[in-house]
Design a protein around this ligand. Structure first.
Ligand code: G6P
Length: 608
């Protein structure tokens, strides 16, 4: 959701800015722009893709040693060239990611002073505010510091000024921003992927930090102006990790990376490794001790991972578990209990609601917090007492796939670690679970081989307007995830139900035009599910059943069966989500939608 790139270098930065924006495209955006200084300020904006902006830059043969660039995901004002960033005030240009909550008040006071607003954005208020500060504080860095101290809300910004052409200023609060130290200059961006083209040396800015980027270095200060040192990290990401390679889409690449992502995430138990609280950090044994309940907070796909974990935590570790949508939890009056382990799940570690829900739980006195996250230095990880970093690698497709299955792997380990601490995991059971976890990458690989059959199903699906997903028990959240995937990328309206609820409403929708997808593992609920499927057939509904070998659901007219491998016990949800990911991917391909960047959606939702 919005992306920023800033660069000052000895060579032309325009290609670096554009390539950085391309690498940030996955975050979700609807317009793009850049501003560079080369004698005077030049600004280019496009109400569309980065490719259009690049074409404009080419046509103008733009070249400069300093610049800022932006992909915008509309919040204040429609997606349009006029609202695209950078916004300008005098000779000063600003790009911004986030939402300024007090922008109306700032705007009114600036208008009263004669500033004229050309866009509907909150960002333009930042540009004029910094400009107004320059009247009394001619130093640009100081003017930005004073201006940001008046902002309420979330921001990551980049600022350039014609009158001060040898530095760029950046600042952040709430929205992500990191610095890159390159051979030919200094850079800043919303995430590492944008900077791998020039450097792997990065500095993560903390909330409230302001930084000045110069050709010969940088400095960071706090909001009161006090200088601070921030550690330099060497990113372990390789530029290849964010390349498409042989695949047509990132989503496809990421679906097929799942065996490796799971293997990497579960590396600690490879070979002879046992289940241990240590997997969650050095202090985990102490923090887990006395935990009587678990509260999971998350959004979107990560929330579905939490829902699966509830079944595991209650059945295996016998720990009462609640799973809540972060945006609900943060605003509702709840009853805190100190012996709760708060587990926040987030691919990006940036999701505004999940971060706020975590902070809210802490203010309620729940200090035992664990982040399950795919981005090591993210805000959510830094805010949590314990962390488990899934090693899915960068996930670029907006629809989350490998992040989900690696979250499930982490949650399975958590379940087993808590069960072991509570004396509920006999040695033989532990070994059985360890064997299943170690074998998981191979089992997933086998499911991926079903792709050609799923592709055929997708052909029939793509013409449908609605679909119903059914599942029971720990596969109900998998049905929910399947429905979410389908609507996200193919725009087919899809809903998921616990199959037992069918006759309490959704059955009324079933007819020959409503495909019903059933997640049907050969588990203890199979017989119940079979009865639900009969109810669908009796109403003329067409069934698409993902059954385990041995489920014994006969194929017949209107009942299509796809046989998965043997039933995989507790971890079966990890296998059953794979065909649903593939089904939505192929349905989207047939429909010709923008698979990796579906309309209106963003990868990292850094605003409420
Ligand atoms: C967005 C993404 C989803 C993701 C959700 C939560 O909506 O499009 O794919 O599941 O945010 O994101 P998180 O990074 O917190 O897992």
């Amino acid at each position: 959701m919005c992306g920023i790139v800033t660069a000052i270098a000895t060579n032309n930065v325009v290609p670096v800015l554009l390539e950085g924006l391309r690498k940030l495209e996955y975050r979700g955006y609807d317009s793009a722009g850049l501003a560079v200084l080369s004698g005077s300020l030049s600004r280019l904006r496009a109400a569309g893709r980065v490719a259009e902006l690049a074409a404009l830059a080419d046509a103008r043969q733009l070249s400069a040693n300093i610049g800022i660039a932006h992909t915008r995901w509309a919040t204040h004002g429609v997606p349009s060239e006029r609202n695209a960033h950078p916004h300008i005030s005098g000779g000063l240009a600003v790009v911004h990611n986030g939402i300024i909550e007090n922008f109306e008040a700032i705007k009114s006071s600036l208008e009263a002073r004669g500033y004229v607003f050309e866009s509907e954005t909150d960002t333009e208020a930042i540009a004029h505010l910094v400009h107004s500060k320059l009247e009394t504080h001619p130093d640009l860095f100081e003017a930005v510091r004073l201006a940001t101290n008046e902002l309420v809300g979330a921001y990551a910004i980049g600022v350039l000024a014609e009158a001060d052409p040898f530095r760029a200023i950046v600042a952040r609060r709430g929205s992500p921003l990191l610095l890159g130290i390159g051979e030919q200059g200094m850079y800043a961006a919303s995430d590492t992927a944008a900077l791998l083209q020039v450097t792997r040396k990065v500095v993560y800015l903390e909330d409230g930090d302001l930084a000045e980027l110069r050709l010969d270095g940088y400095r960071v200060v706090r909001p009161d102006g006090e200088a601070v040192e921030r550690e330099v990290h060497l990113s372990s990401l390789s530029a290849d990790a964010v390349e498409l390679g042989q695949f047509r889409h990132y989503m496809q690449k990421e679906i097929f990376e799942q065996p490796q992502a799971l293997g990497n995430t579960l590396e600690m138990i490879a070979g002879g490794g046992a289940i241990s609280p240590q997997h969650f950090g050095a202090r985990a044994a102490e923090i887990f001790d006395g935990v009587r309940r678990v509260l999971v907070l998350a959004c979107g796909t990560s929330y579905h991972a939490g829902l699966v974990a509830r079944y595991w935590l209650e059945s295996v570790a016998k720990i009462p578990t609640t799973v809540e949508i972060a945006s609900e939890y943060r605003y509702r009056e709840s009853v805190p209990e100190a012996d709760t382990l708060v587990v926040v799940i987030s691919q990006s570690g940036e999701t505004a609601d999940t971060l706020a829900a975590l902070k809210h739980a802490k203010t309620l006195g729940m200090a035992r917090t664990l982040a399950i996250c795919n981005v090591p230095e993210s805000a959510i990880v830094r805010e949590s007492a314990l962390r488990f970093i899934t090693r899915a690698g960068p996930e670029i497709g907006v629809a989350s796939t490998k992040a989900f299955t690696t979250q499930l792997a982490a949650l399975a380990l958590l379940t087993l670690a808590l069960a072991k601490l509570n004396g509920r995991l006999p040695e033989a059971e532990e070994q059985r679970h360890l064997t299943a976890l170690r074998h998981l990458p191979v089992a997933v690989q086998k499911v991926l081989e079903l792709e050609p059959e799923i592709e055929k199903w997708a052909q029939r699906f793509a013409s449908k307007e609605h679909a119903l997903f059914l599942g029971r028990g720990r596969h109900w959240p998998i049905a929910m995830e399947g429905a979410l995937k389908l609507k996200e990328i193919s725009y087919i309206h899809a809903e998921a139900y616990a199959a037992g609820e069918l006759k309490h409403g959704p059955l009324a929708l079933v007819d020959k035009d409503m495909p019903v997808i059933a997640v049907s593992p050969a588990d203890e609920l199979l017989e119940k599910l079979k009865s639900n499927l009969q109810e669908v057939r009796a109403r003329g509904g067409e069934l698409y059943v993902f059954a385990d070998a041995g489920s014994e659901i006969p194929e017949s007219e209107g009942v299509h069966i796809l046989h998965m491998p043997e039933h995989y016990g507790m971890l079966s949800p990890v296998l059953h989500v794979i065909p649903l990911q593939l089904l939505s991917y192929h349905a989207a391909l047939v429909k010709g939608t923008d698979v990796d960047k579906p309309r209106n959606l963003a990868k990292s939702v850094t605003v409420e």
